[in-house]
Structures are given as C-alpha cells and as structure tokens.
Design a protein around this ligand. Structure first.
Ligand SMILES: [Zn+2]
Ligand SMILES: [Zn+2]
Length: 304
C-alpha cells in the first residue's frame, strides 16, 4: 500500500525521536554538548579576528563597538548539536594532519607543555620541552599565533612548514559544513532521484572542487600578511588540505601570497584603531548613516 511507505527523512526523524526516548545517554550527551557551547568563551574579545574581518558583511562600526565594549561577535550560543559536531570533527581533522607533519618533522609553531604549563616557539618539531625538558609526549601543538597588536588583530594558522616556506590550512568539506558555509555551492549539485527525491551528486561536487572557498583564501592572505609583517616568518604561500568527509578523499591547493588582497583590511583595521584612540565611531561601511544589521545592535535607543 503506497500510503504506508515511509520516506527516508520522516523515518530518520522518527528514529531519532525513538532513540532519544529509549536511550537517556543520547539525550544527555546532546544537552552536555549544547551546555558546553553556551558556557564561557575563550575567544579573545580585545582583538579583531581575521575570520570575521574577511566576511563580506564585516562592519567597521560594529567592530569598533565590539572592541570598545569587549563583547563577543553575535550568534554565540545559537547552535545545534550537529553544528557542534561539525566543529569538533574539524578539530579532530586538524589534529590528525598536524600529527602527521609532527612525525615528519615538518612542523614549526607554538608548543604547549603539559608538564610545566607553559608555551614555547620552535622552528623544528621539538624532541622535548624547551623550557623544562619534559619528553615530547607532554607537548601539544598550539598552532601558529599571528598577532598585530598595533592593529588589534590576532589569529591562528593551523600550521607552518619552514621547509616549504608555507603556512598550512586544514579544512573539512562535508555536507554539513557546506550546508552552513556554502549552501549555494551545494545547491548546484542537487539532483532529482526517482526513489529518494533531491540528493547531492557527491562525485561531481568533489570532482569540480578545484580551489579553496573565497573566504578561506581571503583569510589565509591576511594570515600571511600578519606572519610576514608582524611575526617575521619566512613564507610566500599557504598550502590547503581539504578532507572530503563523505569519501575521506583529500585535495591540496596552494595559494600564493598577494599583499594587495589584505591591504584594504589592514587599512580598515588601522582606521578602527585610530577611531578607538579618539573615541570617534567610524561610519558603517555597508549602509552609511542608516547602519547595517551588525552595527544597529549597538545603536543607543533614541531619546524622546
Ligand atoms: Zn615543559
Ligand atoms: Zn554597519
């Protein structure tokens, strides 16, 4: 009987609901992960983050207010279990690649030592803690801090290989992350199937994936700018590794340093810092006096 056929999506929802009811641990872990995400943020509030600066809707006025008031970017706390799961999967993928580069002795950067609770920089994979001589098993790769205090910008690159004169950026590409970050790209690969309705053609999507996403390119250009001008690192490119979640295949791309891509962002940051020094709010770079969705949240209520 046709009316009794249960479609995939519906069945999945039912399955989740059932497992939630039947298995308290599943409900508990979801609550735990969401509570943890809503907890205190360790993200710095006294600097501008490259990941925010490269977004097309980055507002200079909102950035000014956020630095002045030392508050988080909006959207924190609004998360789902799946979103947190994607973030965590991304962290795990970082560790996997960093560990391989560590074993290959191709990784430079900051290292955190569990034994002495301190951090040190090493140009080569360290064999022991440079501060307390604890063995390398005590060390955790703390990535590559990139800071421009004068511009109030701070970020972190995933890795640095001096031998390759390159920063390293590790990305995961999956249906979940594409749905959040590039819905229009995913949409191009949706095909109608007779049995299951619209589904993404993963083979074609991965085959056509030939360059890093534009925001990722802008972000590493800014990282390279900071690395060269403020951290004195010798590099002229960034090597991307994209892990494709559905098949675990990997693609690597190289992005060559192009200073002109970061110039407008550096100028904007310098202008925002000047505005902070003189207590003069900059103009909204998206919508002038009227303001945009990002800076309007800081607007004081009009006096009657
Ligand atoms: Zn140590
Ligand atoms: Zn604005």
């Amino acid at each position: 009987m046709a009316s009794r056929v249960v479609k995939g999506g519906h069945r999945l929802t039912e399955y989740l609901a059932a497992s939630k009811a039947a298995e308290p641990l599943w409900g508990d872990v979801q609550k735990y992960v969401l509570d943890r995400a809503a907890g205190p943020s360790y993200r710095r509030k006294d600097v501008m983050h490259p990941s925010e600066m490269v977004k097309s809707d980055w507002c200079h006025l909102a950035a000014y207010h956020r630095l002045r008031l030392q508050v988080d970017a909006p959207g924190r706390g609004k998360t789902t279990f799946t979103r947190e799961n994607i973030f965590q999967e991304g962290h795990q993928t970082h560790s996997k690649w960093q560990n391989w580069f560590f074993e290959m002795k191709r990784l430079a950067g900051d290292w955190y030592c569990n034994a002495c609770d301190d951090e040190f920089w090493a140009d080569e994979t360290p064999e022991h803690c440079h501060l307390c001589l604890a063995p390398s098993t005590c060390l955790i790769y703390a990535e590559v801090a990139l800071e421009a205090p004068a511009l109030r910008i701070a970020g972190k690159a995933d890795g640095y290989s001096p031998l390759d004169h390159a920063l390293i950026e590790i990305k995961t590409l999956g249906l979940g992350s594409l749905r959040y970050e590039r819905p229009e790209f995913l949409e191009r690969y949706m095909v109608d199937t007779e049995e299951h309705g619209k589904l993404p053609d993963l083979t074609r999507l991965w085959r056509d994936f030939r360059r890093p996403l534009p925001t990722a390119v802008r972000q590493v250009q800014l990282y390279m700018y900071l690395a060269r001008h403020f951290e004195d690192l010798d590099l002229d490119r960034c090597i991307f590794f994209y892990d494709f979640k559905p098949t675990q295949e990997t693609k690597s791309f190289t992005v060559t340093y192009d200073e002109s891509m970061s110039d407008p962002l550096i100028e904007a940051a310098a202008a925002i810092v000047d505005c902070l020094a003189t207590d003069t709010p900059p103009h909204c770079n998206h919508n002038g006096r009227a303001g945009c969705v990002n800076c309007l949240e800081f607007q004081e209520p009009k006096k009657k």
